[in-house]
Design a protein around this ligand. Structure first.
Ligand SMILES: Cc1cc2nc3c(=O)[nH]c(=O)nc-3n(C[C@H](O)[C@H](O)[C@H](O)COP(=O)(O)OP(=O)(O)OC[C@H]3O[C@@H](n4cnc5c(N)ncnc54)[C@H](O)[C@@H]3O)c2cc1C
Length: 383
């Protein structure tokens, strides 16, 4: 096989499936290649839930991006058979002076986002799942909510194919060669070429493209728990949440699928040598780390463990994304290393990648996500 496409997207996880959809929607001749089945549980986009929030503590410049992403999630929701976006809001809570809280309020102010500020008493009354100390504070953003990643990815891919995109699942790209007139993609059992190649290979990125930034792959563990007071952990009673403790940052979700409510630590877990080293090996010490937060601050949720799962973050040194062209070949476009907070942006990053593949200036500035360290945003600060 030696077919030529306008664009080939390598890796149909969060970013790639959205780019595949966007290019197909724009009428491009596009091929999407995925080594497993779209919606699989071996990368960075599984686990039944992802947070979307708008008052962005990581940097205020993410706010216009996430606002656009939210519009686009509403569009993809209309194309989906099932609910992929639960509009249940997001609450952020933290110890006195927590940078996470201060910085998300700054982002909200800069972009005139509405948030309800709360003291500990308000938090405990409005969201009884939390039992936080009297001097803690927080805020609620009604625009936030919960995305279901596996369904979102499957919907992007299905819609891309419906719009004329070609899907090649269960195929691992071996190499990208840029010597000839068009970049060529070695599939082992054949080759394809394309005017533009979008590499959205997540934790596998550096197997395909040399990146000047040092990227770290970390093993992250999430746990689902049976609540002891079920009524406080329903999606009606508990929004998605971030909880900044003096030595960690946790996040979690209500019991939206009767599989238990879910919580995890956002601090980077154990480093992995490579993406294929991820195992479903969550252990009692992983559970203990999450339970410490649960018993200290969400005691009514401290029931039996339903299940645990491992997943991967791909981290840049500053906690921001990587969206750029490959240094050796500008026809190769890279988006990855979303440092544990990228899922919510998938539809807008998909559109940015489609703009880049069409050699248009992206509708949003991406300089801060450059592979050149000197142009990147100031580092994310949690403490
Ligand atoms: C536990 C956990 C919780 C998170 N919580 C949130 C959250 O609440 N909100 C949020 O916004 N973000 C969150 N994130 C981050 C977010 O999920 C990730 O940033 C995002 O999913 C990364 O998407 P990706 O497309 O870069 O990678 P992936 O979705 O992993 O996609 C990469 C794809 O490329 C494929 N691939 C790789 N190499 C090849 C190859 N050679 N050939 C073919 N295919 C290939 C892989 O199989 C994979 O499907 C969380 C992440 C984790 C792990």
């Amino acid at each position: 096989m030696n077919d030529r496409y306008d664009a080939v997207v390598i890796g149909l996880g969060a970013m790639g499936s959205a780019a595949f959809f966007e290019l197909a929607k724009r009428g491009a001749r596009v091929l999407g290649i995925e080594q497993f089945d779209p919606g699989h549980d071996r990368g960075s986009s599984h686990g039944e839930s992802r947070i979307i929030r708008l008052a962005y503590f990581e940097h205020p410049s993410y706010v216009p991006l996430v606002q656009e992403a939210r519009h686009r999630w509403a569009e993809i929701q209309q194309r989906a058979d099932e609910t992929i976006f639960l509009d249940i809001g997001c609450v952020e809570i933290g110890f006195p002076g927590a940078p996470l809280i201060r910085r998300s309020l700054e982002a909200a102010r800069q972009h005139s986002l509405h948030v309800d500020e709360m003291d500990a008493r308000d938090i405990r009354m409005r969201f009884p799942a939390f039992d936080v100390p009297d001097d803690w504070t927080g805020h609620f953003q009604a625009d936030g909510g919960l995305l279901i990643p596996e369904l979102a990815i499957k919907t992007f891919v299905r819609e891309a194919v419906r719009l004329g995109g070609t899907l090649m699942a269960g195929t691992k790209v071996r190499r990208i060669e840029s010597g000839s007139k068009y970049p060529e993609i070695d599939l082992g059992a054949g080759r394809v070429s394309a005017e533009r190649v979008i590499v959205t290979a997540g934790a596998w990125l550096t197997e395909l493209v040399d990146i000047p930034l040092p990227l770290e792959i970390s093993r992250q563990v999430v746990g689902w728990f049976e609540p002891q007071v079920a009524a406080s952990f329903t999606p009606e009673a508990l929004p998605v949440f971030l909880l900044a403790t003096p030595d960690n940052a946790y996040y979690g979700f209500p019991n939206h699928r009767e599989s238990g409510w879910k919580a995890a630590s956002h601090l980077h877990g154990r480093s992995l040598q490579n993406a294929d080293a991820l195992r479903q090996d969550a252990a009692p010490d992983d559970e203990a780390q999450i339970r410490r937060m649960v018993s200290d601050y969400m005691p009514d949720g401290n029931g039996p463990l339903r299940k645990m799962q491992t997943c991967m973050y791909t981290n840049t040194p500053d906690g921001h994304f990587l969206i750029d062209r490959a240094a050796h070949d500008a026809r190769i476009i890279v988006a990855s290393a979303c440092s544990g907070h990228g899922f919510k942006f998938a539809p807008v990053i998909g559109a940015i990648l489609a703009d880049m593949a069409e050699d248009k200036t992206p509708a949003f500035p991406i300089d801060g996500f450059s592979a050149d360290m000197s142009r990147r945003l100031s580092p994310v600060q949690l403490f």
